[in-house]
Design a protein around this ligand. Structure first.
Ligand code: MSP
Length: 684
């Protein structure tokens, strides 16, 4: 039977596969997942595309640095993206890699089609200008030095013959598009920025590169490869089965015919020009024979950045937080809820692990988690585990029985006002909690004359819990499914229709499941330590101590040769013997401790300033239980100086001290020199 549901197609940016994803990339993907889940609960057939952008000079160079091929690099990294999306419960339906043959065919066909139907749109000419390899942006069309407008780094000079897209010819058509589809770019203030950019005059755009090998060859002229943005943007089509876009094409998949064009391309604000100017112009040139509604995306939705210490979180700045440690320490829902609740969608928002744990404890552990375990445990204890007779919503929870309330939540989700939706939903969690505190079912349970009242109160609590769970499901899918099962509901909560939600859906006499906590309270100090340890292992995998426990903040800061040897025997991945060339990779120097102090809240760590001859390094060392800070000043130590810096307790550690590991507890004893050695002397 044909699927009669209306379609909804949304996409994330196709992420560069030159490095692993961080919380910033996870943010966009989570936001899209919330929308996809919400739309499904509203009765839409949803296609949700994500993927990896695997061509271009930044991939080529990243691979070169690691001494591997670009193909190996992107193979490895795309898997890390997929694994993270799985961990985060991302319900994407389609994943595209720009190195897939189906994608290359689509890109070549799109350009062939463009050359055929809009013969003037593409031409060849010499190009000389500045290009940013990090943002793949043509920064200026003159050879004079210029910095990239996005990342601020100096752009590189390129001079070659290229294929050009006649963007200048699309200025008026684009302005007309913005008039015809006034919400084509959202939020509105971004549309104004885009309009002014277009009104100020558009320059033709180079869409091929000759000096790069790692790309899709230009059809009929394989010395050229496609400009990465032409390549990557087309994955929004190839990812769901575009092949040639001909009328009644037998090659395009039914999926493409059903879902294209996209309803929403979700992006970060820095790539708006590519999506709101270049992409619609490429499409206009490729499909001049079609109606706008047949090929033009419905909306380009730009959101703000996650900031870390006031700067955009980005791998190249080294100020990233990773999602995996947070999920492993607190669960998938914790990160999803925090990002959607704390960041006002569309604006920049600060990311802080401290605030995340505070939010988790307040809203999830003490809020929804507490309401759920109290309610279910009382039904188990006072009603023999069976949902009591239906009761109407009491005055303070009257909203749960009003259509206006459900509309308000739907409108907030529809407008991507996630923080507002969650604030309203959690307002009800608080009211339900207060209701229980005031009605005191635990006191009612002691008086047999109050049984009816007791049952009413517990019905109200359980029904509130059911409704809240359905409404919050798009944001916290794991916990709400668990609550759903504990409420004795069958099937998946994701199959509930948000449109049909109303008071009284919880059927009396339903046998509830076993009450189990969904959000255990988090000890902030311990969780922060665990997250930092796991983050360090991601940043610096080679330094991860085999056998180090997650909560042991001391181990990453000191290397204990004895312990390392024991660890090596236990870790099969490390060969028993290494060659001299491996040892030569470790740079060891003599250092002199200039100062040492304790770190508040970290029992095992000391913060040291160590003179290594040409500079003074800050090193965090896990030796506080063995050495008093004052005894260390002036001491000669051996320090590993070429270890990548990492953060612990918000402080950077830039080096590692060598120490022996003594006795059953592995007490660290610092390596030193009996003779006089100047600071900075090489240790070989
Ligand atoms: N490959 C291009 C996109 C091509 S789309 C056809 C690209 N890739 S990217 O890996 O750099 O991803 C950029 C996107 O990741 C941003 O637009 C945004 O969606 C997300 N974010 C990356 N860092 C972010 C923050 N610090 N904060 C919020 N989102 C962030 O550009």
């Amino acid at each position: 039977m044909a699927n009669s549901k209306p379609k909804y197609y949304l996409t994330t940016p196709i992420y560069y596969a030159n490095s692993r994803p961080h919380v910033g990339s996870a943010y966009t993907t989570i936001v899209c997942d919330v929308i996809a889940r919400y739309k499904r609960m509203c009765g839409f057939d949803v296609a949700y595309l994500t993927g990896t952008d695997e061509h271009g000079v930044n991939i080529e160079r990243a691979a070169e640095k690691l001494g591997i091929s670009p193909a190996d690099l992107v193979d490895r990294n795309q898997q890390i993206f997929r694994d993270l999306w799985k961990l985060l419960g991302i319900s994407y339906t389609d994943f595209v890699r720009t190195t897939e043959p189906r994608h290359a065919v689509a890109v070549q066909n799109l350009v062939r089609r463009t050359q055929r139907v809009s013969p003037d749109a593409i031409f060849k000419r010499k190009y000389e200008g500045r290009y940013c390899i990090y943002d793949n942006l043509y920064v200026s069309d003159t050879p004079e030095p210029a910095d990239c407008q996005i990342c601020g780094r100096p752009a590189e000079l390129i001079s070659e013959e290229n294929y050009f897209f006649r963007l200048s010819a699309y200025q008026e058509k684009l302005l007309q598009l913005y008039r015809d589809q006034p919400d084509f770019v959202q939020p509105d203030f971004r549309l104004n920025e885009v309009k002014s950019f277009v009104e100020s005059g558009l320059k033709d755009l180079s869409i091929s590169r000759k000096t790069i090998k790692w790309g899709i060859p230009w059809p009929g002229d394989p010395e050229h490869v496609f400009y990465v943005w032409y390549d990557a943007l087309t994955s929004y089509m190839s990812g769901i089965g575009f092949v040639d876009g001909e009328t009644n094409s037998k090659k395009d998949s039914d999926r493409f015919k059903k879902f294209w064009p996209a309803n929403v391309h979700m992006i970060g604000k820095e790539i708006i020009r590519f999506h709101a100017v270049y992409w619609p112009a490429f499409l206009m040139a490729a499909f001049p024979d079609k109606k706008l509604s047949e090929y033009m995306p419905g909306r380009i939705q730009a959101h703000g950045w996650l900031l870390f210490e006031q700067e955009k979180m980005s791998k190249s700045k080294g100020n990233v937080a990773y999602a995996e440690p947070i999920v492993k320490a607190l669960g998938n829902d914790a990160l999803r809820y925090y990002l959607l609740r704390e960041v006002v969608f569309g604006q920049d928002g600060n990311f802080s692990k401290d605030a995340l744990i505070t939010r988790y404890n307040a809203d999830l552990a003490n809020g929804l988690g507490n309401l759920s375990s109290r309610t279910l445990t009382m039904i188990e204890n006072y009603c023999r585990g069976v949902v009591p007779t239906q009761a109407p919503a009491p005055p303070n929870l009257h909203e749960l029985a009003s259509t206006t309330f459900y509309n308000t939540i739907r409108i907030a989700y529809d407008k991507f006002e996630f923080s507002d939706a969650l604030t309203i939903i959690w307002g009800l969690v608080a009211i339900a909690d207060k209701y229980l505190a005031e009605e005191k079912p635990w006191t009612l349970a002691k008086d047999p004359a109050q049984t009816e009242r007791l049952e009413q109160v517990l019905y109200v609590a359980a029904e509130s819990l059911r409704i809240v769970s359905v409404l919050a499901h798009p944001v916290i899918p794991d916990a709400t499914q668990k609550i759903w099962e504990q409420l004795g509901q069958v099937g998946k909560i994701e199959n509930q229709s948000i449109n049909d939600l109303q008071w009284g859906g919880l059927k009396p006499r339903t046998r509830i499941g076993k009450p189990e906590g969904v959000f255990p309270r988090a000890d902030k100090k311990e969780i922060l330590e665990r997250i930092e340890t796991m983050e360090n292992e991601i940043r610096n995998p080679s330094s991860a101590q085999p056998g180090a426990t997650n909560s042991d903040a001391a181990t990453p800061a000191t290397a204990t040769p004895a312990a390392a040897a024991v660890g090596a025997a236990a870790a099969p991945a490390v060969p028993a013997k290494i060659g001299i060339e491996d040892f030569a990779k470790v740079e060891l120097r003599a250092g002199i401790v200039k100062s040492a102090e304790r770190i508040q809240g970290a029992d095992k760590l000391l913060k040291l300033l160590v003179d290594i001859g040409d500079e003074v390094r800050q090193v965090l060392a896990g030796i506080a239980l063995s050495y008093a800070p004052e005894d260390l000043v002036g001491r000669k130590v051996v320090i590993v100086t070429n270890l990548a810096p990492r953060k612990m307790r918000g402080l950077e550690s830039n080096g590692m001290l060598l120490a022996a590991s003594v006795g059953p507890d592995g007490k660290p004893v610092l390596c030193t020199f009996a003779e006089d050695v100047p600071a900075g002397a090489k240790v070989k």
